[in-house]
Design a protein around this ligand. Structure first.
Ligand SMILES: [Zn+2]
Length: 391
């Protein structure tokens, strides 16, 4: 088989394109493949798709293609232009590359796979690209992804902050709660972190947002209220986050009580930490008797625990009105408990109650983004932003 036919098969070239010749430069370890189209071919206007005769050609150019072994491979061609009566002189679209790209489609696909598994620096090294080239390649892929999503309305989103690698360093993550996909990542957990996501959406997409699950985090609240039409009715404070705070209150009560008891050498609370944090039905069977015993001791910790367990019930109501009534009873109980940490959480929920109860309009939680979080294994800082690995 001739070299040209061989490469034509490898490249899966279709009429009117064919391989004209192949040359290799052993010193540079490069393979050059020259492509040509049949002389009387017609090409489509890239705007309207009308098949048209060739008008002229732009100067020859080259595209980086997949390496063959450690040989860098280049495709060369002169791209024809057509003259459309409606759209004027236009460059034809070539089947092996995207308009304006310096790489073939096959190379871009491979490069994205590599870059998703590594960070930009390591990927660039493996791909024999400069850092800039690798970054731009990735940026364009994200852009294309966003173009495809442009028309897509995401009705239920989750906004979550994630600690990355080191302490006190955060990213803001926006998820599509229905599809379970990460839609957006931004540095920090400021208002501006979320602003940039909303700013990237069209009017229709913003209006199409029906509900936003989030923590009681003022910057996110402010951003959502500012950008999403009727945002204040669409925010749902995530119940897992609320229960987490409640659990922290129970733990604070236990710690303090344990400290006081230990002063009198009473170690009844010793080793009980996780029992109080468990939901009642999750207490291990062999601990049930002991747990019942210490619960009946009329300790502050037992009271805090009972209040916490009662709060869980709030989300089991089917009607908002009933949930609201239940809340009032619970709130009275919690605020009269004489347990400082419990009272503090109760007031916090009270101050945000409206958007806790929006749960009964939308019924969403951030459980999806919590799950996704474990899949983000590497979030790496780069000079121009962040690169995500392994989503
Ligand atoms: Zn046209």
């Amino acid at each position: 088989m001739r070299d040209a036919d061989f490469f034509g098969k490898l490249l899966r070239l279709k009429r009117p394109w064919k391989v004209d010749r192949v040359s290799i430069s052993p010193e540079e370890k490069e393979i050059d493949v020259w492509l040509e189209h049949r002389r009387r071919a017609e090409f489509a206007c890239p705007e309207c798709g009308l098949p048209l005769p060739i008008y002229d050609h732009v100067a020859a150019r080259r595209w980086r293609h997949l390496d063959h072994g450690d040989w860098v491979t280049w495709l060369h061609a002169r791209v024809p232009r057509v003259y459309c009566l409606e759209h004027g002189a236009r460059q034809a679209v070539v089947p092996w590359a995207l308009p304006g790209s310096r790489f073939t489609l096959a190379f871009e696909r491979h490069a994205i796979d590599v870059l998703l598994e590594t960070d930009v620096l390591g990927g660039a090294r493996l791909l024999n690209l400069s850092w800039d080239e690798a970054w731009r390649l990735m940026e364009r892929a994200v852009e294309r992804g966003q173009q495809r999503k442009k028309r897509l309305v995401i009705p239920r989103i989750g906004v979550d902050e994630k600690a990355v690698a080191r302490r006190h360093q955060y990213v803001t993550m926006v998820c599509d709660l229905d599809r379970g996909t990460v839609e957006y990542l931004a540095d920090n957990r400021e208002k501006t972190s979320l602003d940039t996501y909303y700013a990237s959406l069209s009017k229709e997409q913003l209006a199409g947002i029906q509900a936003v699950a989030m923590d009681m985090w003022d910057p996110y609240i402010a951003s959502t209220r500012a950008h999403v039409p009727h945002g204040e009715r669409k925010i749902v404070f995530d119940r897992f986050h609320i229960m987490k705070q409640m659990n922290e209150a129970v733990d604070a009560v236990r710690k303090e009580e344990n400290r006081l008891l230990m002063e009198d050498d009473i170690d009844v609370l010793k080793g009980s930490k996780y029992l109080w944090l468990s939901a009642e039905e999750n207490v291990p069977p062999k601990m049930v008797d002991w747990f019942e015993f210490i619960r009946d001791l009329n300790l502050k910790t037992g009271r805090a625990w009972a209040i916490k367990e009662a709060l869980r019930e709030l989300w089991s109501y089917r009607r908002k009105g009933w949930a609201e009534l239940y809340w009032k009873q619970w709130y009275f109980w919690a605020t009269h408990s004489r347990l400082k940490p419990v009272k503090k959480v109760a007031r916090m929920i009270h101050d945000h109650l409206e958007n806790v109860l929006t749960y009964f309009d939308h019924r969403i939680t951030n459980a999806v983004s919590e799950g996704l979080n474990s899949k983000i294994q590497t979030v790496k800082k780069t000079p121009t932003g962040i690169a995500i690995g392994a989503i």
